[in-house]
Structures are given as structure tokens and as C-alpha cells.
Design a protein around this ligand. Structure first.
Ligand code: NAP
Length: 249
């Protein structure tokens, strides 16, 4: 079990899916959790209950849109001033508005960039000062297998996820001397709301293409993220850790 005693962690998109599992995993290790979500209040409250039960009784919800730099700045300031600083940041919030490239609307292209890529940038920029002040920190960005492989129907989404890899590596270089590590986790196909609309036979075909023979679980991804956040990964920065069952090597 990784130990996060005395550390405060902010997880974006923590109300559902992978983000919720990451928050629960960090809470099990004793971190104080700040849970961000966009608007699904019921899901966020259920995530908060699970996280408190898992080991973070002081956990709190922070509703804001990661695409809004002013809201992000205010939320990070509040986490730092009321929750004992900021030591771990997981940029997990993300959206996929799938469409063939010739049909992508300008607004949909822009929204995916704003949430998936600029959102992570806003949070990293806001978190940098408190982490440098704390003389250390860990940032993990959720990219995707499609950021490395591409995927028909996901040009915009894949572009944002490829962009996150460049962001991760650049910031890792900038912050290494301050003992702030920055890594990415690239999940393959994980069973969440994001992939729920795939028909069962498509999921079956997908599983057949994956060497380990199944879609991933949110816990598979959460375990990798928690390890990167932990001191066990203290010599790992600028890395992209693939959690995809061997789908892309
Ligand atoms: P999900 O089930 O669709 O959940 C998305 C989460 O992000 C929710 O908590 C949602 O909040 C939040 N969110 C969405 N837009 C937001 C915004 N503008 N500001 C703040 N929060 C926002 O997604 P998931 O499948 O768990 O995916 C999590 C991350 O992993 C994403 O970055 C995704 O791209 C990446 N990923 C997923 C897969 C997969 O197969 N599922 C594969 C590779 C990578 P509300 O509940 O309030 O809406």
C-alpha cells in the first residue's frame, strides 16, 4: 500500500469513472482529497462518501470547469489555504466528442482542446507555486492509447491526448530541479461511462484485439496513477505509463 499520510491530493473529474477510483485509491493511502467535478452533483456526492469511507474523512468537493482558468486559480488557492497545501495533482477530467474529421464542428474541436489540454495546463500552472514551496510534488496527467496510436473518429480527442504527452514531458523538465515529478498514464479501453455507448459486440471485438483479453477496469488505472504519485516512484519523471493490456506496446 502506498502511503500518502500528510499529503493533499486534488483529482479533477473525480465524480465518476477513473477519477473516482483514483481518488479512492489515494484516500486508502491516507491522502486528504479535494475532488473536482463539472456538474454531476449526485455522482460527486457518492464519490465523496466513498473517499471519506476509504480513509479521507476531511475530503471535500470542488465544482468547477477545468477549462475556466479563473475558476481553477480560485479552487487551487482554496485547496492550498484550507487543506494543508497541495502535494499531488491528477489531471483526469476529460471529454470525448467523437466525430469523423470532416464532420467535426469548430465548437466541438475547441471544447475538447479547452477541457482536455488547456484544463490540465491551467491546473499545472496554478499548482506549480505551492508544490515548489512544499519542495516537492507529483503531477499525473491522464492521456490515452489513442494519443499515441490515433483513432478514426477521434481526431480532436487524440490530438488533445498527444498534446498532454508533450505538456507532461516539458513540465517534467522544468520542475525536476524543484523535486516536482510530472508523469502521464495512458489507459487503453477502460469500462466507464465514456466507453459505455460502445455496443457489446464492438466491446467483444476490442477485447479480442487486446493481448490480455479484456477491457481494463478503473482500478487497473488507479493503481498505476497511485504508484506514480507515491515515493516508490521518486526517480520517475517525464514518463508515459501505458495501462492497456498490451494493446499498444
Ligand atoms: P467519465 O466516466 O466520462 O468521467 C469524466 C469525469 O470528468 C467526470 O467526473 C466529469 O464530471 C469530469 N469532467 C468532464 N468535463 C469536465 C470539466 N470541464 N471540468 C471538470 N470536470 C469535468 O471519464 P473516464 O472514462 O473516467 O475518463 C477519465 C479520463 O481518462 C479522461 O481524461 C479520459 O480521456 C481518460 N481515458 C479514458 C479511457 C476510457 O477508456 N474510459 C481511456 C483512455 C483515457 P461530471 O461527473 O460532473 O460530469
Amino acid at each position: 500500500m502506498n502511503s500518502f499520510q500528510g499529503k493533499t491530493a486534488l483529482v479533477t473529474g473525480a465524480s465518476r469513472g477513473i477519477g473516482r477510483a483514483i481518488a479512492v485509491q489515494l484516500a486508502r493511502g491516507g491522502a486528504r482529497l479535494a475532488l473536482n467535478y463539472a456538474g454531476n452533483q449526485a455522482a460527486a456526492e457518492e464519490a465523496l462518501r466513498l473517499v471519506r469511507e476509504a480513509g479521507s474523512p476531511e475530503a471535500r468537493l470542488f465544482q468547477f470547469d477545468v477549462a475556466d482558468p479563473v475558476a481553477v486559480g480560485k479552487a487551487v488557492d482554496e485547496v492550498v489555504s484550507t487543506m494543508g497545501g497541495l502535494h499531488i495533482l491528477v489531471n483526469n477530467a476529460g471529454i470525448a466528442l467523437d466525430q469523423l474529421v470532416m464532420r467535426i464542428k469548430d465548437d466541438d474541436w475547441q471544447r475538447q482542446l479547452d477541457v482536455n489540454l488547456s484544463g490540465a495546463f491551467h491546473l499545472i500552472r496554478a499548482a506549480t507555486r505551492p508544490m515548489m514551496k512544499a519542495r516537492g510534488g507529483s503531477i499525473v496527467n491522464l492521456t490515452s492509447v489513442v494519443g499515441e496510436m490515433g483513432n478514426a473518429g477521434q481526431a480532436a480527442y487524440a490530438a488533445t491526448k498527444a498534446g498532454l504527452i508533450g505538456l507532461t514531458k516539458s513540465v517534467a523538465r522544468e520542475l525536476a530541479s524543484r523535486n516536482v515529478r510530472v508523469n502521464a498514464v495512458a489507459p487503453g479501453y477502460i469500462d466507464t461511462d465514456m466507453t459505455a455507448s460502445l455496443p457489446a459486440d464492438a466491446k467483444q471485438k476490442m477485447a479480442e484485439m487486446i493481448p490480455l483479453g479484456r477491457l481494463g477496469s478503473v482500478e487497473d488505472v488507479a493503481a498505476a496513477v497511485a504508484w506514480l504519485c507515491s515515493d516508490q516512484a521518486s526517480y520517475v519523471t517525464g514518463e508515459v505509463l501505458r495501462v492497456n493490456g498490451g494493446m499498444h506496446m
